[in-house]
Design a protein around this ligand. Structure first.
Ligand SMILES: [Zn+2]
Length: 449
């Protein structure tokens, strides 16, 4: 009976609207899941804007999303297989046609979340996007996370030494068989295990740990782009977001090997971090320096060489610098930011108080880094350039943006891929940073985070 009613209603609609309007269904172009310990993002891209509503249930914890005017399609079903077992928030997704024109997603959760739902208009290579960002109910404290990471690294190092010693002693005690001892197949030949993710909230920072941190020089390393925002893409397909993450991870290890320095990454995985959030993370650990790493494209494939940028209070130092800043500042459009979130506006206003002192220090560190990078490869410009980069706007932290190379140049793209070139680049960045701190020691100050 109900079904017959629905059919007759549908019939009326056909008469009222005509067949053209009835092609209501948006087509799903792609679905993506970007898991990270900060937050997991779920993106549904379609050729028309989607209407959706969501609600949470607990016991079991679920996020239920109803998308209107949509037919279940194979593209949407792909979502089910895109959830990774190590996703910190999502245990699984089920997709079904809830009502004739409503598709329901049931997202089984691993922990309580604060979901943010927003829509993004078409931009760059993307059509309409419906986005769900699942944040933990308690945001991770980057300072505590940094301490935890350091403690884990120290424990792992200690364990490795103990294991090696145990193995050595074991070999001494073991009577040798006829042939030489054959080592076990190296672990590297097996597929890399999923990186453990921190799903519980980090421990409280003790006074002693805080004191140790107070004496450290903290460098915030910011690998550009990530997640929905691939950055520039080289002629053979190398993505800026991937190569800058590789460089940033190596720079982090290089810095952490120094006993009185500590690195904090604004992202350590393939997910998008809004520009203001990158700055905010650096401020929360009261970083002494902020280094954003990029490898952008340029108008022409011939453009080559590294450049270093600092913030400008007035205009840009060149048309190219202005162009680059505008392009980088568009990252939020491509990466996708929920502009309705209140803290976004508050932070943006706060970050407009950039100071002349910050810029002065940024130029100093920029020049040190530039001169070291000049020893690795060609420089695009010998001077540190300046423009209004949003990501360099921490009013109290010297901040530079390093364009390591132009990924749009085929030769530079292949160099960026080369582990040896990456290592030399990391060494140049590191020694430039060290030289800056040697000449301008970080003031010992009370970190209050
Ligand atoms: Zn970039």
């Amino acid at each position: 009976m109900k079904r017959r009613q629905a059919l007759s209603t549908l019939g009326t609609l056909v008469l009222a609207l005509g067949p053209a309007e009835l092609a209501f269904g948006a087509s799903i172009v792609a679905v993506r899941v970007w898991p990270a310990s900060d937050y997991t993002r779920l993106t549904i891209e379609s050729d028309k804007a989607l209407q959706a509503a969501h609600f949470l249930t607990d016991g079991p914890q679920r996020l239920v999303v109803d998308i209107e005017n949509l037919e279940l399609s194979p593209a949407l079903r792909e979502l089910v297989g895109k959830v990774r077992p190590d996703d910190p928030f999502i245990a699984g997704v089920r997709v079904g046609q809830n009502q004739p024109r409503v598709v329901r997603l049931v997202i089984d959760l691993k922990q309580a979340v604060k979901p943010q739902q927003f829509a993004l208009p078409p931009v760059a290579a993307y059509q309409h996007r419906l986005v769900f960002d699942l944040y933990p109910t308690q945001a991770a404290d980057p300072l505590a996370a940094m301490i935890l990471e350091r403690d884990q690294a120290e424990r792992a190092a200690g364990q490795a030494i103990q294991d090696a010693l145990g193995e050595f002693i074991g070999q001494l005690e073991r009577p040798l068989p006829g042939g030489p001892v054959v080592a076990q197949a190296p672990a590297a030949s097996s597929p890399a295990p999923a990186r453990p993710r921190q799903t519980t909230s980090p421990p409280e920072v003790s006074a002693a740990q805080r004191e140790r941190i107070n004496r450290l020089t903290i460098v915030a390393i910011d690998p550009g782009h990530g997640g929905e925002d691939p950055g520039a893409i080289g002629p053979s397909g190398l993505k800026e977001k991937d190569v800058v993450l590789q460089i940033a991870l190596q720079l982090r290890d290089r810095i952490n090997a120094h006993p009185s320095m500590r690195a904090m990454l604004t992202r350590d995985d393939d997910f998008f971090v809004p520009l203001y959030e990158r700055v905010s993370k650096a401020r929360r650990v009261q970083a002494d320096l902020f280094v954003s790493i990029h490898a952008d494209a340029f108008f022409t494939p011939e453009a080559r060489g590294a450049s270093v940028f600092a913030l400008s209070q007035g205009g840009a130092t060149s048309a190219a610098a202005r162009w680059m800043a505008n392009k980088e500042n568009d990252a939020d459009l491509v990466g996708g930011v929920n502009i309705a979130a209140k803290d976004t506006q508050v932070l943006r206003t706060l970050l407009d108080m950039s100071t002349a002192a910050q810029i002065k220090d940024s130029l100093k560190v920029g020049q040190e880094v530039l001169s070291r990078i000049g020893g690795v490869g060609r420089l695009h410009k010998r001077q540190v350039e300046q423009a209004g980069f949003a990501v360099l706007k921490a009013p109290d932290i010297p901040s530079i943006l390093v364009e390591t190379a132009f990924i749009s140049n085929p030769q530079e793209e292949s160099r960026l891929r080369d582990p040896d070139y990456q290592a030399r680049l990391v060494e140049a960045l590191y020694s430039g940073i060290r030289r800056y701190f040697a000449r301008n020691p970080a003031l010992s100050r009370q970190r209050s985070t």
